[in-house]
Design a binder for this molecule. Structure first.
Ligand code: CA
Ligand code: CA
Length: 461
């Protein structure tokens, strides 16, 4: 399949005429007024009163357009100055005892939604090559993957050390690619850009339609910090660093992505997948855009659990977690127990809705912090896809921070609706979440939508 560029900011479906020309000082003023409304109790901080929502909607649409324009100008990728926010004094609301304070754990996460188990092969296939030298190790690894696959499956074992990858590794059915931990490094070599993967991009490893695979206990270093990759390079967003594509029952467990120049870990057009106990970090600045952490596109029955995502070491990072539709629906996915700092250019988590629906998501017990926004919808193509059956509970969203995506600091912890929404939003339940220094929580009106028993704090978290 072909994938398309996903912009952080809304594009199609976004109505410019609805957005008055509000300059930054006015936006800042509106922000202050909105905060003042919270502080003095004129705004229902759980359900969102019309006063603030009206402001918020127009303000956000304007912000989004400003962002769209800003994104088009990568030359301005430097850190925008944070607005001088007048922080009103407010009494912190105590968390109810029932509130779950999330603490992601990386121990024995179970892929309950997908039931994915990956490869259950046990026969070992040791790769014979030299690590920690300049020699390309792609073919040595690929040969063992192919041999194991041809035998009905196997465990391709990698020792600790750095393997140079100038090609693109392709998994085979029933194969487990297994390192010894973060010290097993698959590193994009100096000739990595000379070839493309089977779908036209630059994966370190792709499942490429295989079934029953596991990729585990290793680091995938895309070398985006040193390669001559650029934001405009052809195919950059067509395959991803660790690429689960097609097939079913594929597991990524304990994989650490570094220096990406595309999305870090992606499930695309697949089913029954699990990404767990993995980490991503974006540390580059001024070189790329759209660098998402874990991105689920047109896929179903998946788990994204107990991962640690940090997209904001440098300024290039985009969304931390994404559920997205372009050519099909995305549904029945659990995002649980992740610790996520979204990037300067994006959000902690985005539900990116195209013309196909997103439904049956559980977003629970995650920690989202330090991004320019919490969890929000974004609308693309015609924006007609429905959002139905999304449970947001037990999440702790805190210390959001203005960034390239929302330079005026107009964030919310959760904002479902707006941003060009055309499709219905139903059965979205936001309960027992805690937001601190992270704006408010808003769910658009719709059948079965619930926004209650959340805690909103301002000031110091
Ligand atoms: Ca994104
Ligand atoms: Ca080597």
């Amino acid at each position: 399949m072909t994938s398309r560029t996903l912009s952080t900011s809304p594009r199609a479906g976004f109505s410019r005429p609805a957005c008055p020309n509000v300059d930054s000082s006015r936006r800042r003023w509106l922000s202050v007024l909105a905060l003042w409304g919270i502080a003095v109790g004129t705004v229902d901080i759980d359900s969102g009163q019309p006063i603030r929502r009206t402001w918020a909607q127009s303000r956000r649409r304007c912000s989004a357009f400003v962002v769209a324009a800003a994104v088009a100008s990568l030359a301005l990728a430097g850190v925008p100055a944070a607005p001088a926010t007048a922080t009103p004094t407010a009494t912190a609301i105590q968390a109810p005892s029932a509130l779950v304070t999330s603490t992601p754990t990386n121990a024995s996460a179970v892929c309950t939604k997908s039931g994915a188990t990956g490869s259950n092969a046990t026969t070992a296939y040791t790769v014979t090559t030299t690590v920690n030298d300049a020699g390309d190790d792609t073919s040595a690894i690929q040969k063992r993957i192919n041999t194991a696959g041809a035998a009905g499956g196997g465990v391709v074992k990698l020792v600790a050390g750095t393997y140079i990858i100038n090609g693109k590794l392709r998994m085979a059915n029933n194969v487990k690619l297994q390192g010894t931990g973060p010290g097993t490094i698959l590193k994009a070599g100096p000739n990595f850009l000379a070839t493309k993967g089977p779908s036209g991009g630059y994966p370190i490893v792709t499942t490429n339609g295989a079934t029953n695979t596991t990729i585990t206990n290793l680091t995938a270093d895309h070398s985006g910090n040193t390669l001559a990759a650029s934001v405009n390079m052809s195919g950059r967003l067509d395959e991803y660093v660790v690429d689960i594509r097609g097939g079913s029952n594929n597991v990524v467990d304990g994989v650490h992505v570094r220096n990406p120049f595309t999305y870090s870990i992606v499930a695309v057009a697949t089913t029954k997948f699990c990404v767990k106990s993995s980490t991503t970090i974006v540390a580059t600045s001024g070189k790329y855009d759209q660098l998402d952490g874990i991105h689920v596109l047109d896929s179903s029955f998946g788990d994204v659990i107990s991962n640690t995502i940090d997209q904001r070491v440098g300024t290039d990072g985009d969304d931390g977690l994404v559920a997205h539709t372009i050519n099909g629906t995305t549904h029945d996915i659990n995002y649980i127990g992740n610790k996520v700092r979204g990037g300067h250019r994006g959000n902690s988590m985005q539900l990116a809705v195209g013309n196909h629906s997103i439904y049956n998501l559980k977003i629970a017990d995650n920690e989202f912090y330090g991004a320019p926004y919490g969890i929000r919808t974004g609308y693309y193509d015609n924006g007609t896809g429905a959002v139905n059956g999304v449970t947001l509970t037990g999440n702790y969203i805190h210390d959001l921070k203005a960034g390239h995506a929302f330079p005026d600091g107009s964030y919310d912890a959760i904002h479902v609706g707006d941003f060009g929404a055309q499709g219905p939003i139903t059965n979205v339940v936001a309960t027992n979440n805690r937001a601190c220094a992270a704006g408010s929580i808003y769910v658009a009106p719709g059948t079965g939508n619930i926004n209650q028993n959340n805690v909103i704090q301002t000031g110091t978290c």
